[in-house]
Design a protein around this ligand. Structure first.
Ligand code: ADP
Length: 303
């Protein structure tokens, strides 16, 4: 698709002014694969490429939160994230918001891709977190988004309270209309028992927060790069659990992660409870096709 036929003149002007140096966009191609935004590959007249995501103007907060999350990950100096060039909106009153970033075109992975990624992720989970949370151990400096839905990051002094108050409870509230009274009783019991079902981590970790395979991209160096985070300070095993939700990563990844950072005993018993948060979020975002998975996990913990 050619740029001229797709974007308004005012939008092209906005983008051209960001590029500067007499650079121009010569081609815009739509990229599929995302759930939330429209994604594009932009070709510039010097031969380089940029990646752009667009959404409604009002949703510029999605991109600001994403940029904050990518920056928090980048600052750990453990695993790469794409560089962001600009976040902005079209000049016209109704229009789009956009985020321009470094384009990843390399598809060849280094030979020990999964081991390297696992070691880098474990290092990210070991990185200091005090500068990212003002009032306590778990949460984040600001709220952000999980997919297109708000994610609350109010600080809590312990992990289990944080996971109950800021992860499961808000999702259950929004999904209340899907449940019958017997389910509601189970949900209340589940929330009451969180302190027994989950454990405190050895230390708080910066989490990617939405770590499924679609949010790990091969960078131009052939290594795994992280995109599209929903960061917060939490228990590292919540990130690991999410990697297993939609298919999982190869065994080499899990073995290498554990080499650097062994999981606490009983992780397998806690895994589905962490993923209940994401399944509830999918239920709230995409509808009832996720209800049976949610109820299955509910039954697993509260038979
Ligand atoms: P959404 O925010 O809608 O979930 P994604 O961030 O998942 O969108 O990106 C949509 C598509 O663009 C995916 O196929 C993803 O692999 C690809 N993509 C994401 N970031 C880049 C990038 N920096 N360079 C090239 N392709 C990218």
């Amino acid at each position: 698709m050619q740029a001229n036929s797709f974007f308004s003149t005012s939008f092209k002007k906005t983008l051209t002014s960001i590029l500067g140096n007499h650079l121009e966009i010569t081609e815009i191609k739509h990229i599929t694969g995302g759930d939330i935004n429209d994604a594009f590959a932009l070709t510039i007249n010097d031969g380089s490429q940029l990646f752009m995501k667009c959404n409604k103007k009002d949703n510029i907060s999605f991109f600001r939160a994403e940029a904050t999350g990518l920056k928090a990950i980048a600052q750990t100096d453990t695993i790469a994230t794409p560089h962001i060039l600009s976040i902005g909106t079209e000049d016209s009153s109704v229009g789009r918001s956009f985020m321009l970033m470094e384009f990843m075109k390399q598809k060849r992975r280094i030979s020990n891709y999964w081991e390297t990624f696992a070691h880098q992720l474990a290092a990210m989970h070991q990185a200091p977190t005090q500068h990212l949370i003002s009032a306590g151990g778990y949460g984040f400096i600001e709220n952000n988004y999980i997919g297109a839905r708000p994610q609350i990051n109010s600080a809590r002094q312990n992990w289990t309270s944080f996971f109950r108050d800021c992860r499961l409870e808000p999702q259950f509230k929004d999904a209340e209309h899907y449940f019958q009274s017997t389910d509601i009783k189970k949900i209340i019991r589940l929330l009451d028992q969180i302190d027994h079902l989950l454990i405190e981590p050895e230390h708080p970790s910066l989490l990617h927060g939405d770590l499924w395979s679609g949010n790990v991209i091969t960078g131009n160096d052939g290594k795994a790069w992280l995109i599209d985070p929903a960061v917060y300070i939490g228990h590292a095993e919540a990130d690991l659990a999410m990697t297993e939700l939609f298919g999982g990563f190869p065994q080499t990844f899990y073995a290498a992660y554990q080499e650097t950072s062994p999981l606490q005993p009983g992780y397998e018993r806690r895994r589905d409870l962490y993923n209940l948060y994401h399944l509830l979020n999918h239920l709230n975002m995409f509808g009832s096709s996720y209800l049976s998975s949610v109820k299955r996990i509910l039954r697993e913990y509260i038979p």
